[in-house]
Design a protein around this ligand. Structure first.
Ligand SMILES: C[S@@+](CC[C@H](N)C(=O)[O-])C[C@H]1O[C@@H](n2cnc3c(N)ncnc32)[C@H](O)[C@@H]1O
Length: 376
């Protein structure tokens, strides 16, 4: 082959490599506040990478984002002033691969430097080389497991001796769990719809329905309420695909346009801080703030009062959230009137005040649920 066909040294690669794509995703997450679980599939959809490389990109972006604090600690001694965004992305990707992935150091260095323009390659190479030579000393658990300090403290308050195990489990990517009908849903979420115990002919309301995972597993005549316009599209698509007859209504769950005391079953799967599902949302730990618990707790309490008003005497009310903070769980359900009588939940649920929880584990997300029957 003649030398003239070889790419010239200064040619830009036309097809981005997996690492270049991952670096671009990291820059967008960092600079534009993009969501990892939205920007990654979007960039992948525009790429020509094969399925193996796509999985690699996702692992790089999610892993590096999740472990950002730990990775920055590994890099800090070797970086004197903040480099340009693309170099920061490359350094984080490199340090993540070196420390957390079973990839040969030489391959990591030689491939990762190609992510940055020529003028920055020496710098990135030098820093990553220093990382390979340094001994790691973690100042504390929050840095080692890569959580903000407040989540680390919250884990101690909430899980006691299990805090380390729980925090580690939420650093382990979730495995895909599929229901019999093909819908992908975490095993913990799969337990919720059944708690409503709906029967043929029951009138059922699901007040926070999108994307429809729980709605589609409910029996009876279901009204699915959702406020977010964009998510209604997802909800309708999923319900169609899963052959659900649920009627979709766009409305605010705080003021649902539904007749009071007319539903045999009401599900409120409320918006929450999502601290039980951090393994699915790699950037969530950096977005959620401690004050969100109280803000969302107040909203959930209003929603629960509206949900409760819809339940017919003798009917059932289920409240669920994928978080385990007190202001969003036990404090919310404690506001229900005495006519709502708690129903105990079987194992694997751990009883907690008027409800029950599932502590996050490598096999499932964290979840709180409370079930009530209305006595009068
Ligand atoms: C935890 S998600 C529900 C997940 C859903 N139940 C499932 O299993 O697929 C909470 C949903 O509540 C919606 N939401 C937030 N505020 C709302 C409100 N005021 N009224 C109705 N829906 C709301 C969000 O857009 C989001 O889709």
């Amino acid at each position: 082959m003649s030398g003239s066909n070889r790419p010239r040294k200064y040619d830009k690669p036309e097809i981005p490599t997996a690492r270049q794509l991952a670096a671009e995703a990291l820059v967008r997450i960092d600079e534009d506040d993009a969501y990892a679980n939205l920007v990654t599939p979007k960039l992948l959809a525009q790429s020509k990478l094969d399925p193996r490389d796509r999985r690699f990109v996702t692992e790089l972006v999610y892993g590096t984002t999740r472990m950002r604090r730990a990775v920055d600690h590994l890099l800090a001694p070797h970086v004197l002033k903040p480099p340009p965004a693309i170099a920061t992305a490359a350094l984080r990707l490199g340090a993540y691969q070196l420390h957390y992935m079973k990839i040969d150091d030489y391959a990591v260095l030689s491939e990762t430097v190609n992510v940055v323009p020529k003028g920055l390659r020496g710098f990135v190479n030098g820093v990553l080389r220093s990382v390979t030579r340094s001994r790691v000393v973690w100042p504390d658990r929050a840095t080692r497991l890569s959580y903000p300090d407040w989540i680390d403290r919250w884990a101690d308050e909430t899980f006691g001796d299990d805090a380390e195990r729980v925090l580690s489990a939420m650093n382990t990517p979730a495995v895909v769990a599929r229901r019999d009908d093909g819908y992908v849903q975490d095993p913990a979420s799969q337990l919720i719809s059944g708690l409503l115990d709906t029967q043929e002919g029951h009138r059922v309301a699901d007040l926070c329905a999108a994307p429809g995972g729980k709605t589609s597993a409910l029996g009876g005549d279901v009204v699915a309420v959702e406020l977010n316009e964009a998510r209604i599209g997802l909800l309708v698509g999923n319900l169609d695909r899963l052959d659900s007859k649920a009627r979709v209504v766009r409305a605010d769950a705080v003021h649902p346009p539904l007749r009071p005391a007319s539903f045999d079953g009401v599900l409120l799967d409320a918006p929450c801080t999502g601290l039980g599902v951090l393994r699915r949302r790699p950037d969530a730990r950096w977005r959620v703030q401690r004050r969100d618990m109280d803000r969302l707790g107040a909203l959930q309490t209003e929603m629960l009062a509206s949900a409760a008003a819809l339940v017919v005497p003798g009917g059932r009310l289920v409240y669920s959230v994928c978080t385990l903070t007190d202001p969003e769980t036990v404090d919310v359900v404690a506001t229900l009137g005495e006519e709502f009588v708690p129903v105990g939940l079987p194992e694997p649920w751990e009883p907690q005040s008027h409800g029950a929880r599932l502590v996050p584990d490598i096999g499932h997300d964290g979840m709180f649920a409370a079930v009530f029957t209305r006595s009068g």
